[in-house]
Ligand binder design. Structure first.
Ligand code: CTP
Ligand SMILES: C[C@](O)(CO)[C@H](O)COP(=O)(O)O
Length: 252
């Protein structure tokens, strides 16, 4: 089975989130956001290692709080983050061994990604060398003048998709793209941009809005409400057949 290394950047400043605690470390229905995200990856047989990228200023606290958990998870390595997201990814990418075929980059603050979505984007990346999750833009897009808050134009949304993560690439392509990153003088907000810039096409795998990024407090509240609804639905599911003592009521 071709193995995939997973880079989970969690070293941002959470400036749009506000609050005392950075968003990867806040509790989401009982577990920190980063852990909920990492759990979806680290138990997969096709994941060789998870590289969790933590800001230097958070390392000591992270060790203190989560070493007891990580002792039980063999395939996780903590890597130091950088000032920008691409620097954090680059630091982890440098740790990925050459024999790893694919590298997935997934925001630590997209905790609701599902195993099925991972299956589809991993499969597409194995087949095409580069693939990412995205959803087609559903709302009308407006260009707005920040000085006046007035609309200056409407952006045609045909063919426009909202990028998500994971973004999954052949390791050699991603290493080459990062090596040539400095030649690009555009703000890099996702890794697919770098792969596109070195001439490789990236396949878009239709995703689901559930894989949204926690950027603000409202996003955290939405994620918590979704998880609460999920566990309520699970609790109200009829009991499955009772094994052992047969019961006339049991439905096969
Ligand atoms: N220097 C950075 C910047 C971002 N990230 C990570 O990249 C993901 C997506 O970034 P974003 O949602 O923008 O997080 P922040 O940069 O923390 O948010 P903000 O822009 O509001 O400060 C997050 O998991 C964040 O922790 C990172 O590892 N290193
Ligand atoms: C990578 C990303 O999540 C794709 O939509 C997005 O670009 C991250 O941007 P951010 O400003 O670092 O949140």
């Amino acid at each position: 089975m071709s193995q995939c290394a997973v880079i989970i950047p969690a070293a941002g400043r959470s400036s749009r989130f506000g609050g005392a605690e950075k968003k990867p470390f806040v509790s989401l229905d009982g577990r920190p956001v980063w852990q909920r995200t990492a759990e979806v990856f680290w138990s997969r047989p096709d994941v060789s290692k998870v590289y969790l990228v933590i800001a230097p200023e958070d390392r000591d606290d992270f060790r203190t709080r989560f070493r007891p958990l990580l002792v039980f998870v063999e395939n996780v390595e903590v890597v130091e983050g950088g000032a920008e997201r691409f620097e954090s990814v680059a630091n982890a990418l440098a740790r990925v061994p050459e024999d790893v075929q694919l590298v997935a980059v997934h925001d630590a603050v997209r905790p609701l990604v599902t195993p099925a979505l991972l299956d589809s984007v991993f499969h597409a990346a194995k087949e095409h060398g580069a693939a990412m999750l995205a959803v087609p833009v559903a709302d009308t897009l407006k260009q707005v003048d920040p000085a006046t808050n007035r609309i200056t134009g409407t952006v045609p949304r045909a063919g426009v998709w909202q990028a998500q993560t994971p973004q999954v690439f052949r390791r050699d392509w991603l290493v080459e793209a990062y090596a040539r990153r400095t030649s690009l003088n555009v703000p890099i907000t996702d890794d697919a941009q770098l792969i596109e810039a070195i001439g490789h096409s990236v396949v878009v795998v239709p995703s689901a809005p559930i894989n949204f990024k926690i950027t603000t407090k409202d996003d955290l509240d939405l994620a918590a409400a979704i998880l609460k609804a999920r566990s309520a639905a699970k609790a109200s599911e009829p009991e499955g057949p009772r094994w052992g003592a047969f019961d006339d009521e049991a439905k096969w």
